[in-house]
Design a protein around this ligand. Structure first.
Ligand SMILES: [Zn+2]
Length: 169
């Protein structure tokens, strides 16, 4: 078997289907199987989660995973259960969300947990229409859309202006 990678385990979409556990005709008993569709195929959810957990261990990224999970717990507006949050953290971890400058929480997360990543990120100072106080976007996010973006303060999709590049010494 080829070496496992996060790219190979990256979730493209989740799958679900019912299957017959036992019986025939009207006496059939159905079960429901949920899976994750990734480059390796359609893997049963719990099995997929174990594979990602194992890979996180292998790569020595437990701390990063815990930080991502904590971040989700701190911003759990949908009040998802512990199990759901853990699954989501695994999904985002396999997706390398913490390295994605388009991630809405990229700056908040990295400022708190990975100051070295935060320090080396190109930032753009913008003025959001909603909160009317300056805030930062990653340059990547800004370049994606220079007129509208997520407000760095309240998270709303808003008109932005007064962008300028931050000067580094
Ligand atoms: Zn705002």
């Amino acid at each position: 078997m080829s070496e496992l990678s996060f790219a190979a385990l990256r979730c493209h979409f989740q799958t679900g289907r019912s299957y017959v556990i036992s019986g025939e005709g009207r006496n059939r008993v159905y079960g429901y199987r949920t899976g994750v569709h990734c480059d390796l195929g359609d893997i049963e959810r719990a099995e997929w989660a174990d594979m990602v957990r194992e890979l996180i261990q292998q790569k020595g990224e437990q701390k990063l995973y815990e930080q991502l999970l904590q971040h989700l717990k701190d911003h759990n507006y949908a009040r998802e259960s512990k199990v759901e949050l853990e699954f989501k953290a695994l999904e985002l971890h396999a997706d390398r969300i913490f390295d994605d400058e388009l991630w809405v929480d990229f700056l908040v997360f990295n400022q708190k947990y990975r100051p070295e990543v935060f320090a080396s990120t190109r930032l753009i100072l913008i003025m959001p229409e909603c909160c009317k106080k300056p805030g930062y976007l990653t340059q990547t996010r800004y370049e994606e859309n220079e007129s509208y973006n997520c407000c760095p303060h309240c998270g709303r999709w808003t008109e932005i202006s007064m962008a300028k590049e931050v000067q580094y010494a």
